[in-house]
Design a binder for this molecule. Sequence first.
Ligand code: SF4
Ligand code: SF4
Length: 212
Amino acid sequence: MYGSGILAGLGVTLKHFIDSYVDDLKFLGQRYYNPASLNQRQGTRGKGVFTVQFPEEKLPTPERFRFIPFLLYDEKPDGTHDDRCTSCGICAKVCPPQCIWIKRSNDPVTGRPVPQPAAFYIDIDICMNCGYCAEYCPFDAIKMDHDYELASFDRTSAHIFDKQKLDKPVAYYASLRPTDYAAEELVRAEEEAKKAAKKADAASKAAAPVAV
Ligand code: SF4
Ligand code: SF4
């Protein structure tokens, strides 16, 4: 019969429409913010139309969510901090749209390179949030952020993030991605223990009396 496909399609739409209200009643008063509701309505078992009225309502951000990267620094007890970035340039090399620009520091006396960035820029309009920079950084110095509300009317400098804007403490990263942070810290501790054992071994060998 002509038009049966259209009728079937409209029937599916109508079913979704009715299911939306049935689900709304099922989760009355706990529509978005309840994990059980989110699992049900956003998952494969979800029925009906489920919309979030952003920005008044926001879904919780999953830990692995990635948006514009940021740079990590370690806070020291004396109030100063150490950049983890050594300005090796690997992130800039692997960045597919080439939106990272780094300027290396030089020793003012000798002019020799210092493993620290003098400047670090990311063009957030070009960044595609792929996370390659974070994956490839050998120093865990750049990580993906969760802050996605970065829109502005400025079409020029506001979207070029400089080092000041990109810098964030390690504690921020730990709160954002506790699972990744814990795994990385474990590896770090193991590496440090290996280094210490190697050093102690070398020191004991050097201190041992030489057989005549
Ligand atoms: S963020 Fe990492 S990969 Fe990029 S320059 Fe710094 S240390 Fe190298
Ligand atoms: S997330 Fe991807 S596109 Fe963005 S700066 Fe990192 S490598 Fe480049």
